[in-house]
Write a protein that binds this ligand. Structure first.
Ligand code: NI
Length: 182
């Protein structure tokens, strides 16, 4: 298993829609394991394949965030949101927007059909954090991001903050911190 680098906004690869998963073989199993390790290391509640530069219709979610809670990893390959209802406001974060938290409106409940890591089809009725995570991760598969859900002003502010962050990261990469020298 390996932690893969997570792409940060405004990386254009985040905008590439995922292609259907057709092969559930060893390479796919490795990908799912790597995604899980990457998500837990971050840490995050969910991770979509396009966030590590893999254009597939695949995301994983684990809403068991408490230290004493056993992990509850769910794999969604080729997911389809069958129905959705209700409305809820939630402060969302995204591993591709480090440090950002934005209030986004989502459906309160969703019914989703997907395939698990072995290609078995399942249906799931989700509410609470799981429903929000399903919608957030599903957006990633369409190349849609949290920032697209915001009003003009907040979108502009977040965009600028992310550009600033990317520039600072690029500068830091060019000149390593002093403690790393000698
Ligand atoms: Ni995200």
């Amino acid at each position: 298993m390996a932690v893969r680098p997570i792409l940060h906004y405004p990386d254009k690869r985040l905008r590439i829609p995922g292609k259907p998963v057709k092969d559930f073989g060893p390479e796919f199993q490795q990908l799912v394991d790597d995604m899980a390790e990457t998500m837990y290391a971050a840490p995050g509640v969910g991770l979509a394949a396009p966030q590590i530069g893999v254009s597939l219709r695949l995301f994983i979610i684990d809403t068991a965030t408490g230290e004493d809670e056993p992990s509850d990893l769910r794999v969604f390959a080729n997911p389809e949101i069958l129905s959705s209802e209700g409305e809820v406001y939630f402060d969302e974060g995204c591993l591709s927007f480090p440090g950002a938290r934005e209030e986004v409106v989502r459906n309160e409940r969703v019914r989703v059909r997907a395939q698990d890591r072995h290609g078995e089809t399942f249906e799931l009725e989700a509410d609470g954090l799981l429903a929000i995570a399903v919608q957030h991760e599903h957006d990633h598969l369409e190349g849609e991001l949290m920032i697209d859900k915001l009003g003009v002003l907040r979108r502009r502010l977040l965009h600028r903050a992310m550009l600033k962050r990317a520039a600072a990261e690029a500068r830091a990469a060019k000149s390593p911190p002093k403690e790393a020298m000698g």
